[in-house]
Design a protein around this ligand. Structure first.
Ligand code: PEP
Ligand code: MG
Length: 566
């Protein structure tokens, strides 16, 4: 993907208002930064002279060589951090690249007097379409591989390094058809005014990362992406789900006032947020932050976070072209957590798969990714990946109050096997401080079997985003079933009650989006939750609310026992 050349804005275009889904609150305004697929959209090719062909061919050779080197670097790092079979896929891509070059197709295109970029695009596109015509997952996967190779070559031809999303000029509104978590990771509230996306479900990882970063987001209507012209002025209200194109002066003033009111409300709520939150009957509730990225640590502290309840380590991986080595991971996490100055931080091991594909990881496509090799399943398949993370985290734990969390545990065997890897790492750090070891409870099986999982851990953390998707059988990233995806549903709350009752004596936190929903917070506290982790912007309001709640007599356990007829 890259940024298209700006079109000229036609003066006097009527303001047009669109309504989509309100995905991340806040108000943002600025020129549109349209992101397009390098392989699909192209300016009309400019004809070149015959004596330019040799120069263009040499540009092609250079870009292929750069791509080949990039693939070999990936293969080496993947071999070190994952395994040789996975690394082999990059080497196979290198061979595919050689095949394309020696087929003579690109030269033929150059002979027809188009430049290197247009020639490469035509050839890769043709090949992609050829594979797409065949049915079956292997050939479809091959089509994706060709498209990926084509984009790599085109990026080198254009001289664009990595994701162009990092290069958005500050204050622009990102406009994109589809938003992946890896797209959101490099963005920051300071850099991007808002995001308009063709389609996105509120439960998708990309959506919650945007909320954690406080970037306003509106999704849809689907045609919106084609209606917006590059650099056209946009007003985006992520709280109401509205987008205004080319606004008139009065609409602009209204939005400006709304944006100021939103920012003022946020500042006002911060008042007592740095103090601990006690209920009216003096029960302490810890309110921690889910951390989006580096610059959000200060934001979390500013908003009164008692610690970091969930740091998704995949953000470090997603922001990189190659998976980090142990030293790189340690250094990055150390820099990231330094501003915490002693506050605890729960770092979750890599949770990829589902709606979080890793750009550098060529895993075969799965028929149903959310039910496939996600989280701990993938970790156990690549123990070297676990060892790297655990070693970096043990090192960090000697300096910071670190807790280690395992994602997507379903069965007792999952956590038992992870515990073996954890204990083995511990032996390599004799005499070192041992960080607490915990499991996420985010599948119905884990909630129902929490007692067996609790035997192997020091703490638990409930992930209601996944728990809701698996309980209600509704993909969190599928806008078509959003009406089924309700994390406040009685069936989800009932599983929470079971999780908290069946693991007595094991500290349990809640770090899904539900933790920050004010309407359900008193109920969560009455169930027995005393540790909640949420987007930093929600912490001041949550602490205010907790201070107004009286829990009353006994809470969770008797109620749940009654509920379950015991
Ligand atoms: C969850 O599932 O609730 C959770 C916190 O993890 P994630 O959103 O990263 O899947
Ligand atoms: Mg989860």
């Amino acid at each position: 993907m890259t940024h298209d050349d700006p079109n000229v804005i036609q003066p006097g275009r009527d303001p047009t208002t669109f309504t989509g889904a309100a995905i991340s609150p806040g108000v943002g305004m600025g020129p549109a930064w349209l992101v397009v697929d390098l392989l699909k959209s192209a300016p009309d090719p400019v004809a070149i002279a015959r004596d330019q062909i040799a120069g263009e061919w040499s540009r092609i050779l250079t870009s292929f060589e750069q791509t080949r080197r990039e693939l070999e670097d990936s293969a080496l790092r993947i071999e070190e951090q994952f395994d040789a079979t996975l690394a082999g896929i990059f080497r196979a891509h290198g061979m595919m690249l050689d095949g394309i070059l020696s087929s003579g197709e690109i030269q033929r295109e150059l002979e027809s007097r188009v430049g290197a970029e247009a020639a490469a695009r035509r050839v890769f596109r043709r090949l992609h379409e050829r594979f797409m015509r065949f049915k079956g997952p292997t050939l479809q996967q091959r089509a994706d591989d060709v498209a990926d190779l084509g984009r790599r070559v085109l990026r080198h031809l254009r001289g664009v390094d990595g994701s162009s999303l990092e290069h958005i000029p500050a204050g622009n509104v990102l406009v994109v058809g589809r938003l992946l978590p890896s797209d959101v990771v490099p963005l920051s509230r300071r850099g991007v005014a808002a995001i308009v996306v063709g389609a996105l479900a509120a439960g998708a990882h990309a959506a919650l990362l945007a909320r954690e970063k406080r970037i306003p987001v509106v999704a849809g209507p689907p045609e919106i992406v084609h209606r917006i012209r590059n650099q056209e002025e946009l007003l985006v209200d992520g709280s109401r789900g509205t987008i205004v194109l080319s606004p008139d002066a009065e609409t602009r003033r209204t939005f400006q006032a709304r944006r100021e009111a939103f920012d003022r409300a946020e500042v006002c709520r911060r008042g007592a947020c740095r103090e601990p939150a006690f209920t009216l009957d003096r029960e302490l509730v810890t309110v921690e932050a889910n951390l989006g990225a580096h610059d959000d640590v200060e934001l979390a502290i500013d908003n009164g976070a008692d610690g970091i309840g969930l740091f998704r380590i995949e953000q470090v991986y997603l922001a990189r072209a190659l998976p980090p080595s142990e030293d790189e991971l340690f250094e990055e996490l150390r820099a990231l957590t330094a501003p915490l100055r002693g506050r605890p931080v729960t770092i979750r091991l890599l949770d990829v798969g589902g709606d979080k594909p890793m750009p550098f990881l060529p895993l075969p496509a799965e028929p149903n990714p959310s039910l496939g090799r996600r989280g701990v399943r993938l970790l156990l398949e690549y123990p070297q990946l676990v060892r790297t993370q655990l070693a970096a985290l043990f090192r960090l734990a000697q300096e910071q109050d670190v807790r280690i969390l395992v994602p997507m545990v379903t069965l007792e065997e999952d956590i038992r096997e992870m515990r073996v890897l954890f204990d083995a790492t511990r032996e390599t750090f004799p005499g070192a401080k041992r960080p607490p070891f915990g499991a996420m409870i985010e599948t119905p099986a884990a909630a129902l079997g929490v007692a067996t999982i609790a035997r192997h851990v020091d703490f638990l953390s409930v992930g209601t985003n996944d728990l809701a998707q698996y309980t209600l059988a509704a993909g969190r990233d599928d806008p078509a079933v959003s009406h089924y995806y309700d994390d406040t549903h009685a069936t989800v709350l009932r599983l929470l009650a079971i999780a908290i009752t069946d693991a007595p004596g094991v500290p349990i936190a809640l770090c899904g989006e539900l933790a920050g929903r004010e309407e359900t917070m008193p109920q969560l506290l009455r169930l027995g939750f005393r540790s909640l982790s949420m987007a930093p912007g929600l912490i001041p309001g949550a602490k205010d609310l907790i201070r107004s709640v009286r829990l009353g007599e006994r809470r969770a356990k008797p109620a749940v026992a009654d509920d379950r007829g015991q």
